[in-house]
Design a protein around this ligand. Structure first.
Ligand code: HCA
Ligand code: CU
Length: 387
């Protein structure tokens, strides 16, 4: 597969606004949209202008900021929503309608025939109103919809030739990479428009599912910063980037300014009142921390031994943790060199053993290790009983 032409539809200002902690005001949205554009997100998706008067105003404000990213808004399959969205000056409309039996029964109450008729009417009308608008049509809860039903809907819309992109949505996080691959492959063979994947992370597959979608011929992936969204969210931007970097580093580095990721995470985490999870992709506190002596030694010789992501490409640095019982003398030596201390290898091995024996009994900090190294350099081996 050749995955160079995918685009990110960054939905922090739409799906992300549905995260329980999110309550973005106009200034917040401008700051986030500007940072996303600087990062290089090809598209930014905004909450429907129908959601509230302020949402409507903000859509127009962001659509008119002149950002590099194209601005989309996410609306229901209604002409009223379309008309209001077109007035805001956005570049594209992401239209969605539910197709699963749950949504048909408990949400809008329409049959598959009615969905096709409504979608055909609305989408054709949009194309007449706005010949150049980017138009996407998506089925909510695609992976719990009958495949035959879904194909009927997509094929009927495809035959109209009015949409630029189809969306496939794993609304409840039920899909897995095989299912996504199979369905998107089938859609790719049978239809002509681009394909977008939107995947929730309830069962931990959102990033893998997005990758599978691309492998099967999808062209657009929905993400949010820190993965925020309904419940536990969707494909995290940082995780998706990490995945694509592991696949093809050059393409990712050419398309996006990776050094902006940490900044983006800081902005969003502050605004939604959560910390960046310690184990988050790329930006988490421990993402580039090495601990065991065996790892530390190899990483000091060649970081790639234990790193698929180079922290420097993200404007970040690696950290080698040395103040613990799994430490090794190579890592201690590296620290001694950083501190400007000249200690022989034999001495450093003794120091490492000494640290291990202390760490078996109490928690150490880097300051403790530094103190020990300074003392040892100045006074030689301490009286072990006293240490
Ligand atoms: C929603 C549901 C949605 C839509 C995705 C899409 C989902 O909140 O409206 O438009 O492709 O997960 O199905 O986010
Ligand atoms: Cu969603």
């Amino acid at each position: 597969m050749s995955l160079e032409n995918y685009a990110i539809i960054e939905s922090t200002l739409r799906e992300g606004e549905q995260f329980v902690g999110a309550d973005f005001n106009t200034a917040d949205k401008i700051e986030i949209a500007t940072a996303l554009s600087e990062f290089g997100a090809e598209f930014i998706e905004l909450t429907s202008p129908q959601a509230s008067p302020q949402s409507r105003e903000d859509c127009a404000i962001i659509a008119n900021l002149g950002l590099k990213s194209k601005i989309l808004t996410h609306i229901r399959c209604h002409k009223d929503d379309v008309a209001m969205a077109l007035e805001t000056g956005v570049d594209g409309l992401d239209i969605v309608i539910g197709t699963s039996s749950y949504l048909r029964e408990f949400s809008h109450g329409k049959s598959i025939e009615q969905i096709i008729d409504l979608a055909a009417d609305v989408l054709t009308w949009v194309r007449q109103q706005a010949p150049n608008i980017i138009l996407r049509f998506s089925t909510e809860d695609s992976f719990r919809s009958g495949t035959a039903d879904l194909l009927r809907v997509y094929l009927a819309i495809d035959s109209l030739g009015v949409v630029n992109r189809f969306g496939v949505a794993d609304t409840v996080g039920v899909a897995n990479p095989n299912k996504v691959f199979n369905f998107v492959s089938m859609l790719r063979k049978l239809t002509h428009a681009d394909i977008e994947f939107h995947g929730h992370n309830d069962t931990g597959c959102a990033i893998a599912n997005a990758y599978s979608a691309l492998a099967a011929g999808a062209t657009h992936i929905d993400t949010t910063v820190l993965g925020i969204g309904e419940r536990n969210g969707i494909t995290a931007l940082e995780g998706f980037i990490a995945r694509m970097y592991a696949y093809d580093r050059e393409t990712v580095m050419r398309k996006y300014d990776l050094t902006q990721l940490r900044h983006l995470d800081e902005i969003v985490s502050r605004k939604v009142g959560i910390g960046i999870p310690f184990n988050h992709f790329v930006t988490g506190l421990t993402a580039f921390t090495h601990k065991a002596g065996i790892h530390a030694k190899a990483v000091l010789n060649n970081p790639e031994t234990y790193e698929i992501l180079n922290p420097a490409d993200f404007g970040l640095t690696r950290y080698i943790s040395i103040a613990h019982k799994l430490t090794g003398w190579n890592a201690i030596k590296d620290r001694a060199v950083q501190l400007g201390l000249d200690l022989s290898d034999d001495t450093l091995k003794d120091i490492a053993q000494h640290i291990k024996s202390i760490a078996d009994h109490k928690r150490l900090t880097l300051d403790d290790v530094d103190l020990l190294l300074f003392r040892w350099a100045k006074q030689g081996a301490p009286d072990l009983e006293a240490a």
